[in-house]
Write a protein that binds this ligand. Structure first.
Ligand code: AMP
Length: 302
């Protein structure tokens, strides 16, 4: 089943102890779409400026990603700059320039309006809602991401969008900030009152946790000796998670558990190199091999 995503397609400037790039293709929807396209057909909704390079468009075109919903408009692409600490665990945002996203008015191509799986990647909550409202019928599953930028600046709009989603996928500090509660399980209960029936907490090197009415399921992060750049790990996790579910067309408990593993697999590949680099050379056979490795990592007998 096809998967719809709205979010940022951006240029990023990245600095980590392993290197520095001044301008590379990034954006939450980009990482998401490239990761999800390993499993299913992806319909992308975003806006880029006239500085969007044809070689970057080719990266999307070459994959199972439909870009009819990628609008081009005069102006500059969304630009984000971030710097990571020595241990890669902390990041500071140096610059966020919304540019063409500031006046974006998303219009879904007709063929996108029947999407059954929808992911509202990290972008202004009003844009997330605009896109969701254009989807006809009841989608099978709607998930969304957000970040401190939107929690702080557009809290009311975010609360409104949350009423319409099934799964919220955010990191641990965003969970605590949104729920105003330190304990993640108690925070999940508060978030369920805002609309979602499930919460996926992305915890960086500590893995990820799915909390829903049935209980809690945890996956570790894949142990890597030399991660280079955590940018896009969360979006790649979301792409692996939603891509897998849309690919199998199910959202059963067992499918959700496998989706958590595929999310963790894609997130782990994303951090191995700078920006999108590793995802662009990744093969499907490597994804399945790492998923088998995950099964071994977590298997034990009582
Ligand atoms: P992540 O590392 O998963 O948080 O995602 C990083 C990506 O999110 C980068 O490629 C940025 O271009 C994009 N990004 C950063 N800030 C924002 C924002 N406020 N809204 C939308 N996308 C953003």
């Amino acid at each position: 089943m096809s998967l719809l995503v709205v979010g940022s397609v951006a240029y990023d400037a990245l600095e980590s102890p392993y290197g520095k790039v001044d301008r590379t293709l990034g954006g939450a929807a980009t990482y998401f779409a490239v990761s999800a396209a390993f499993f299913t057909h992806v319909n992308l909704v975003a806006v880029v400026g006239d500085d969007f390079h044809s070689s970057d468009e080719a990266i999307l075109r070459k994959r199972s990603i439909d870009i009819e919903g990628l609008e081009r408009t005069p102006g500059k692409c969304f630009f984000w700059a971030g710097r990571y600490s020595e241990n890669l665990n902390e990041r500071v945002t140096l610059t966020t320039e919304l540019n063409v996203f500031a006046d974006f008015n998303p219009r879904l191509p007709q063929k996108y309006t029947n999407s059954k799986f929808v992911f509202l990647a990290n972008i202004a909550p009003t844009l997330q809602r605009d896109v969701l409202h254009q989807v006809k019928g009841a989608p099978k599953l709607v998930a969304m991401d957000t970040m401190n930028y939107w929690i702080e600046r557009t809290n009311d709009e975010l609360r409104e969008t949350l009423k319409h989603v099934d799964i919220l996928m955010i990191n641990d500090s965003e969970t605590r900030q949104l729920a105003n509660e330190h304990n993640l399980l108690r925070a999940a209960r508060r978030i369920f009152k805002m609309g979602p029936s499930a919460l996926v907490v992305k915890r960086g090197e500590y893995g990820a946790m799915l909390v829903d009415g049935k209980g809690v399921f945890c996956v570790p992060a894949f142990p890597l000796e030399e991660p280079h750049d955590p940018t896009g790990a969360g979006d790649s996790f979301a792409g692996g998670f939603m891509g897998y579910l849309a690919g199998v067309g199910r959202k059963s408990d067992s499918a959700l558990r496998r989706a958590m593993v595929y999310g963790s697999v894609l997130g782990s590949f994303a951090v191995e190199r700078f920006g999108l680099e590793r995802l662009l050379t990744l093969k499907k056979s490597e994804i399945y091999a790492r998923a088998r490795h995950f099964a071994k990592l977590t298997q034990f007998e009582l």
